[in-house]
Design a protein around this ligand. Structure first.
Ligand SMILES: *Cc1c(COP(=O)(O)O)cnc(C)c1O
Length: 463
């Protein structure tokens, strides 16, 4: 499998290279040169498979030339056997033809585990094979950091440094990172904001000497391998509800557009997906685009669904590439415009290609709290704030005869404050995390100065 850049200038890469590369050198994102396609019969045969087996079959065409289906099966059995539920991605029925897929059964209780657990193992496999080492440096506002640390804590060829804004992540989120005591894991609490953390990371990657000296790698959501691993649960849910003999739709609480893009990939691979429904919080840039064809950046507003507080959805460029008929020059031109003016627009034709299967809406904090309370009262089910957005947008656009599956992206116990406000009950942490609040923590607090971060990494890597 070859991968090409959405901006058309960077060289094409194979899977191993794409796994270890973040952004393409022309500023674009890597996508498969051609999407693999499964026939009706092939998908029919998937109906008998477990999640672990299905995962290796779905990912194999993407890793062709680097890992075989057997290699993948070893990885997926290892990874998903440690999840908290034997179904891995269990489906709960809420009403007729309305389902919730619980994607919070991994070690850090957010859907990011489904991909980052696999990515950690892929790094290990490829790096051992090539006798290489990498240093992952990342910034987090909460969920990504802990999922990345859990995914990499046992990788002998990986060191991982995660920056989080000091005092600005929840206790549960911080402890999920800082209680992982492993000699390759380094947590940095930076006396700044999340944006400071992110801009320091960008700076380190832009520093060619530093980047090469330590073999820097990223685990942010533009990494193709993450998308690939997320395609699996779309197949799993649809197969469970009657695909390929029946169409289904999905509703996805969206931030960086990685998760919902994986749904688009599943559709391109032959899965009969009717609609992909996108939910946002008050940071509504994507619903505004889908309603108008105009992408226009505004300031980020903090909300009670913090993992979706975002104004630039990096993965959107991948779908832009597709709806522009893979015209990379056009994409490059639009993205340049966005960078300089914070704005671009597409023609009604191009927009129509997208809206034929994608609908969207945004919901504010008050609406989220009401939905959590309504579902608790009517179904005795506790939704986390992100998943509540998914359910609201699903209700708005669902069709009577098409099963709708809402992706529940986090466990409610990760966000106890808004849940308590909505229903007067604090959701309990699952058994696997019961000890979290008593465990020893390990992190270093650094001033908001990039040189301090550089010095720290150099000191640790010189060990
Ligand atoms: C990361 C995250 C999202 C957003 O997913 P994207 O792939 O960035 O669109 C939604 N909900 C939760 C709980 C998350 O952690």
């Amino acid at each position: 499998m070859k991968y090409i850049s959405t901006r058309g200038i960077a060289p094409s890469l194979n899977f191993e290279e794409v796994l270890l590369t973040g952004l393409a050198s022309d500023g674009g994102l890597y996508v498969p040169e051609k999407y693999p396609f499964f026939s009706y019969e092939q998908i029919k045969n998937f109906q008998r498979l477990s999640y672990v087996e299905l995962a290796s079959k779905i990912m194999a065409p993407f890793t062709e030339g680097s890992l075989t289906e057997q290699d993948l099966l070893k990885i997926t059995s290892d990874v998903y056997s440690k999840f908290n539920h034997s179904a891995i991605a269990p489906l709960k029925q809420i009403q007729q033809n309305l389902w919730i897929m619980e994607l919070f059964q991994g070690p850090t209780l957010a859907f990011k585990d489904y991909a980052l657990q696999v990515v950690g193992k892929l790094f290990d496999f490829i790096l051992k094979k090539n006798n290489k080492k990498i240093t992952i440096v990342g910034a987090t506002s909460g969920d990504t950091g802990s999922a990345a640390i859990e995914g990499c804590k046992r990788c002998s060829n990986v060191d991982i440094f995660i920056l989080h804004p000091y005092g600005r992540v929840s206790d549960v989120q911080r402890r999920q990172m800082t209680t992982v005591i492993s000699k390759n894991v380094y947590n940095i609490a930076l006396k700044g904001t999340f944006d400071d953390c992110q801009s320091f990371v960008k700076n380190l990657f832009a520093n060619k000497n530093f980047k090469e000296k330590y073999n820097l790698a990223a685990v942010n959501s533009i990494n193709w391998a993450r998308i690939m691993a997320q395609v699996v649960y779309y197949f799993y849910a649809a197969l469970n509800l009657g695909a390929p003999d029946r169409e289904v739709s999905f509703a996805v609480p969206t931030g960086n557009f990685g998760n919902i893009f994986a749904g688009y990939v599943a559709k391109r691979m032959g899965l009969p997906i009717k609609n992909l429904i996108l939910g946002s919080n008050s940071n509504d840039i994507l619903p505004r685009f889908i309603h108008s064809g105009i992408m226009e950046k505004k300031d980020v507003k903090p909300s009670i669904s913090p993992s979706m507080d975002i104004q630039i959805s990096s993965n959107f460029e991948r779908i832009l590439f597709e709806i522009c008929d893979r015209n990379s020059q056009k994409v490059a031109q639009l993205m340049e415009g966005f960078k300089s003016n914070g704005k671009y627009s597409v023609s009604m034709d191009v927009l129509q290609t997208l809206t034929s299967f994608m609908k969207a809406d945004a919901f504010n904090d008050q609406q989220i709290l009401c939905e959590i309370s309504r579902i608790y009262k009517t179904c005795q089910y506790i939704l986390d704030p992100h998943s509540a957005i998914g359910l609201m947008v699903a209700e708005k656009y669902r069709e009577k005869d098409v099963p709708m599956i809402v992706l529940a992206t986090a466990h409610p116990a990760k966000f106890p404050k808004p849940i308590n406000e909505a229903i007067g009950v604090c959701p309990e942490l699952p058994f696997s995390l019961k000890n979290l609040m008593n465990k020893e923590e390990n992190y270093i607090v650094l001033e908001n100065k990039i040189q301090d971060v550089i010095d720290f990494i150099e000191k640790c890597e010189g060990k």
